[in-house]
Design a protein. Structure first.
Length: 103
């Protein structure tokens, strides 16, 4: 809940900081979609939201990896010097390999 509220505050501030008459909101997560919509409503400008849909997960060295937690985990390992640039590039290519098929 607090992450959605943080997204809302961030979106509202970004909209207010720009001379825009309206905004198009893009997102595909349950948190960022609601947070962006809340922020746009608070900013008081017309907005339309386009949901990008779910993403497929990838695999790195036989382990299933996805965009959020795995991204943070591997970046922390990279910053700590546990993995090199080549491996972090390979991980990045698997975090969001494509969109999920329509159902």
């Amino acid at each position: 809940m607090f992450l959605r509220n943080l997204m809302s505050i961030d979106t509202e501030e970004m909209i207010r900081a720009q001379p825009m008459d309206a905004v198009v909101l893009l997102g595909g997560c349950d948190k960022n979609g609601a947070g962006a919509a809340d922020g746009a409503a608070s900013a008081g400008v017309p907005a339309i939201q386009l949901a990008t849909g779910p993403m497929l997960t990838g695999a790195h060295r036989g382990e299933r990896v996805g965009a959020c937690t795995d991204c943070r985990r591997f970046w922390a390992r990279f910053r700590a010097g546990e993995i090199d640039e080549r491996e972090i590039a390979a991980v990045n290519g698997q975090l969001v390999p494509s969109v999920a098929p329509a159902r």
